[in-house]
Ligand binder design. Sequence first.
Ligand code: IPE
Ligand code: IPE
Ligand code: MG
Length: 249
Amino acid sequence: MSTLEKIDLNNTPEHIAIIMDGNGRWAKQQGEKRLFGHNTGVESVREALKAAQKSNVKYLTLYAFSTENWNRPKEEVEGLMNLLVHTISNEVDELNKSNVRITTIGDLDGLPGNCKDEMVNAFERTKTNTGVNLVLALNYSSKWEILETVKSIANQVKEGTLDTDSINDEYFSNSLSTKGIPDPELLIRTSGEHRISNFLLWQIAYSELYFTEVLWPDFKEEDLYEAVLNYQSRERRFGMVSEQIEKNL
Ligand code: IPE
Ligand code: IPE
Ligand code: MG
């Protein structure tokens, strides 16, 4: 029985978020430059997307470039931006054919012009698609997103269009860049690192966390199925006790 067959397709996470990590270490192991690892990582994005499509996942959010990643050597940052532009322009036809809808979270205005244009084009071309939503976190950091939201909410209060009593969990969630996207039930991080690195801090309040030693360029369809199977073996209690959860079944 394949791992996919073992998955209960009626109980797959609606949203999986992935911190794609380990490209540099993978390249080093091969005696190659870091950019070779990033290039190879594109194949793993295809694998993860294919697995999401086959296992009923509706939203796949990929952490592709963090606000902190600007601090990397200039050559690597430029290489990553070029890779982004080329990958999106090469893949957008295929993604469109397979009904994938591309969106982004993060500060697009802070990206080089050609990157932003490519993303906006991909977004426009795929916006009516109804298959998997591929959400690319680009120039993203959760603290940035939360601060932007706080500023916008504070301005609404100042202008008198919002009453402070109306600021609740739902209002805050709908003011984030992930508005309309359900919170991820499952967050995966590759490469054996056990940290969140400024990713979706609000949205993962109750996510199941899954860490794997696999380096991102080695990540295959099968690895996503393993993560989903592991997720399905867990009990999500949301502050309650086991007996209450069992009664609801
Ligand atoms: C993840 O791989 C890709 C990005 C952060 C853009 P890394 O480049 O962080 O790889 P390691 O962690 O150095 O191995
Ligand atoms: C997190 O990976 C960011 C992305 C995957 C885009 P990093 O490799 O940059 O994270 P840290 O710096 O090791 O925490
Ligand atoms: Mg890393």
